[in-house]
Structures are given as C-alpha cells and as structure tokens.
Design a protein around this ligand. Structure first.
Ligand code: ADP
Ligand code: MG
Length: 469
C-alpha cells in the first residue's frame, strides 16, 4: 500500500468515526444546521486538503527525483527549462496528480533551483567574505581582504529585484518604492542590506556580509597580522579581569570579529547577555542569552530598540553584557550599567580614533534626551570605560589594531587617554603592502593591579618600550 492509499484509507476512517460519534449541541450555540453535519463537512474538507497536500508533495518529489538525475550531467541553467516538461511527462502517467496546480509547483521548483541567481557561486565560495551588487551589471567581491570586480551579471534591474525579494520575503520584510531599504539575513546567517530606487540611483544595490561559519579565534587574528601575541595576552587579561572594553573602528574594520574573539575569554561559568541589531556574535560559551532588536513594522509600530534591550537586560541578572554596536541613546544606559556594577561589559562603536570614540559617545548620550551637563557625561564615560581598542582596515586589506588605549580618568574637564600599544607605521610599498608593528609605549596601565588581584599572571615586561613580540 503506498502513502497515498494509506492516507485515503485514513481519511475514510476519520469520516466514519465522525458520522458514528454523534455530537452534543453546546450551550448558547445558535446554529441552523445540525452539528454532526457541520463536523462531517469540516472533517471532509480537512481530509481533502490533507490529501491535496500529500499529492502535491508526492508530485514534487517525483519531479525532483528526475531533475536530480538531469543535474548530474547538466548545469542548473540547462535544467531549469526542463522542469515543466518533466512535470507534464509524470502527469501523463499519473492521473491522480491532475488536480495539483502544476504552474505553482513548477515555479516553486524553478525558484529553488535558481537559488539566489547569479550570486549563488559567490555565496558558496569560502574565499569571499563580501558580495556587493551595484545594479545588474556590476558585482564586486571582497576576497582575502581585497575588493575585486567579478564577471557575474544579472539580466536587468528586475532580476536583481527578484533576488532581493527572495532574500527578504521569508523573514517577513519587503522592499518597494515606499520602503526602499531593507536589512535581512540569509538562512546561513549572512547579513544582507538592499537599497533600491528612488534612493539608489544606479539600480538595485545589494551588500552581503557573509557569515563565517567557523568564527575566527585569537590565533587567527594573530596570523592575519591584526595583533601580536603580547597584545593578545594583554586583551585576554583585560577581559578576565572584568574591564569594560570598547572596540572602535570604521565599517568592516573587523570590530564585531574582535568583539567575538574578546568574548571567548569570558569564563564559561558567567551568564552572558548579548544585544545586537542582527545577531552576528557566535559565542562558544553555553550560558548565553541572545537578544536582537526589531525594526518597526509597515505601520511604523512595534519597534524594539537596542536601548530597550539594554534596559531589559539589566533585569536579567547578567554577569556580562555585550552590545554589538552602540549607536545612539543606549550609550547612556550602557555607561550607567558599567558604572553600577556591571563591569566586564564589551561593546563596539563606529569611530576613527579612541578620542573620536569618546566624542561620539558624548553625542550619543545627549541623544538620550536628558539635559545632562557635558562634564557629567564625561565623568560617566571616564568612570565606565577602561579600554578602547581601535581597529582599521589598512590599504593592504589587513585589519589591524592600531591603538590599545587606556581611559585613565578626568583631568579638569578633559578625559585622559593613554595609548598602551600603538601601531608603528614603518612603510608602505608600491603594491600597497604596509609594514609596521604594534608596539608598547613603555607605560604600565593604571589598572594593572587588577590583574594581580584577579589572579592573572601578566609580566609587566610586555609594556616595556623595547619589548617586541
Ligand atoms: N582581523 C581580521 N582579519 C581579517 N579579516 C577580518 C578580520 N576581522 C574581520 N574580518 C572580516 O572582515 C569582514 C568585516 O568584519 P566585521 O567584524 O563584521 O566588521 P565590523 O563589525 O567592523 O563592520 C568580515 O567578512 C570578517 O570576516
Ligand atoms: Mg559590526
């Protein structure tokens, strides 16, 4: 007995049991038709739609089996036009599928086969970590830190729009003239931004930041030249000693990646709450609660901001709060939390230098809408932050930590910053290769005693001006 027959028998059994069971009318139920009849009808409808679903998926399976055979010898583009033919052929030998909506089914299969269209191979290429579609005829990728043009092309604007739709529709977002920008995520976690006309002037534009399945670890960053072994040990000590650390840098400079690596130093018994706009962090610890903000819906309602989540997280008994990127009013709540016992927090922010990060934080705190005097804001910042790590994507494509800076405190109205390690730019050759080293400045940070108190063994020698690792 095949699956279809089994379902048909089951449906008949169900029908009989409904007819035999008899039904008691319920109180206050004003109906003109006897309930038994209604039940019978709905059950029948139920079983009919169940039957339809089964036939639909059986038909689909059969087509797929045939298509898979074709795919072994032909590229996808040549197989796509065959889908309808195959469907018709199966139909001619299997009468029972004639009620199935063939067009819908065939479209679904073609859609599956097309995947994300011309950018599919780029998505599968592990050497590529960013894909940039600038209208239909210009597709760039970032491969091993370098941006390069590809020969991938879409047919036209419409084709790019279809791919965008395909990316955003499953997660309940949409893109059209009235909402021409959208953020989304691919099923594998890659981040997508799409922007179309009338905002994008040269055609629909897609930017995909691919999700690296195996997150980078500290040794990877050392290998890439982002930092050296001594600075790595120092940062590990800072996280373990529960300092509040901010990673600062431009877009794509590797802030989130560094944040993820820093998070890996958090002892596994601590309760960690992460807060992000789109969940990118991949923590290895088990006790992690991941929160993600939510944009407003089409009617402009239901927005949950990073700030809402930071406030909420304080009621979740966190031992560490990690904020993916601080951009606005949440800065105030974050600083307050850091100043009131939630030390050991980590965050990133967009800026060009540690000093610039401080200035931006001041502005962000003002965005919270309280009329705080600037001195009070600076005191909050100076009291909360212990360390700023500045990161840059250099001309040669290498992401480097350029400053590791201690926030020492206030002197008069000014926040005092002190570089502990600085990247010493030696030269840049004709191919753009940068030579230089991340060197100590000969200063032992003011929080050094904390390491000893936390039982962390870090020789002061690594701060020695002559220490090169
Ligand atoms: N230290 C690094 N060395 C090499 N590539 C990196 C490094 N950090 C990040 N990347 C890659 O750079 C891209 C951007 O990294 P991300 O951490 O998301 O940057 P940001 O948060 O600053 O925008 C990602 O594709 C990531 O894999
Ligand atoms: Mg980031």
């Amino acid at each position: 007995m095949n699956l279809l027959q089994r379902i048909e028998n089951k449906a008949k059994e169900k029908e009989m049991s409904v007819l035999n069971s008899g039904t008691k009318p319920q109180d206050n139920n004003i109906v003109s038709e006897p309930l038994a009849n209604q039940a019978k009808k709905t059950k029948l409808l139920d079983t009919q739609s169940e039957l339809y679903t089964i036939k639909y998926s059986e038909f689909k399976d059969r087509i797929y089996k045939r298509i898979l055979v074709e795919l072994r010898s032909k590229p996808v583009e040549e197989v796509i036009p065959l889908v309808d033919e195959v469907a018709l052929e199966i139909l001619s030998n299997n009468e029972e599928y004639k009620e199935v909506e063939r067009d819908k089914l065939v479209n679904e299969i073609i859609n599956d086969l097309e995947g994300f269209g011309p950018i599919n191979p780029l998505l599968l290429d592990h050497d590529i970590n960013e894909i940039m579609v600038n209208g239909p005829y210009q597709v760039y990728v970032e491969r091993k830190g370098k941006i390069e043009m590809t020969d991938v092309k879409f047919r036209n604007d419409e084709h790019v729009l279809n791919v965008i739709d395909k990316i955003v529709a499953p997660i309940g977002r949409r893109i059209d003239e009235s909402s021409p920008m959208v953020d989304a995520r691919l099923p594998d976690g890659s981040r997508v931004n799409a922007i179309i006309s009338p905002l994008a002037l040269d055609g629909p534009t897609i930017t995909i930041r691919k999700f690296s399945k195996i997150p980078f670890e500290i040794d990877d960053l050392i290998r890439f030249g982002t930092l050296n072994g001594n600075v790595a040990r120092f940062l590990e000590a800072c996280v373990k000693a529960r300092l509040n650390v901010f990673v600062s840098g431009g877009t794509g400079s590797g802030k989130t990646t560094t944040l993820n690596v820093l998070s890996s130093f958090i002892p596994s018994e601590e309760r960690i709450v992460t807060i992000e706009d789109s969940a990118e962090l991949q923590l290895s610890q088990e006790h992690v609660i991941r929160l993600e903000s939510r944009p407003a819906n089409i009617e402009g309602r239901g927005e949950i901001t990073i700030r809402d989540l930071v406030k909420n997280s304080l009621r979740m008994r966190p031992e560490r709060i990690i904020v993916g990127e601080v951009r606005g009013a949440e800065a105030l709540d974050m600083l307050q939390a850091m100043n009131t016992g939630h030390d050991g927090s980590l965050a990133t922010g967009h800026s060009n230098s540690p000093r610039d990060m401080i200035a931006r934080l001041e502005t962000m705190v003002l965005m919270a809408g309280y009329d705080l005097p600037i001195r009070a804001i600076r005191e909050q910042i100076a009291g909360a932050l212990d360390l700023i790590i500045q990161q840059t994507r250099c001309k040669d494509g290498v992401r480097r930590i350029t400053n590791v800076t201690e926030v020492q405190g206030m002197e008069g109205d000014v926040i005092v910053l002190q570089d502990i390690f600085t990247f010493d730019h030696e030269s840049i050759d004709s191919s753009g290769k940068v030579a230089g080293k991340l060197l100590p400045n000969g200063i032992v940070p003011g929080f050094y005693p904390l390491f000893e108190r936390s039982g962390i063994d870090l020789p002061t020698g690594i701060f020695d001006y002559l220490c090169i690792s």
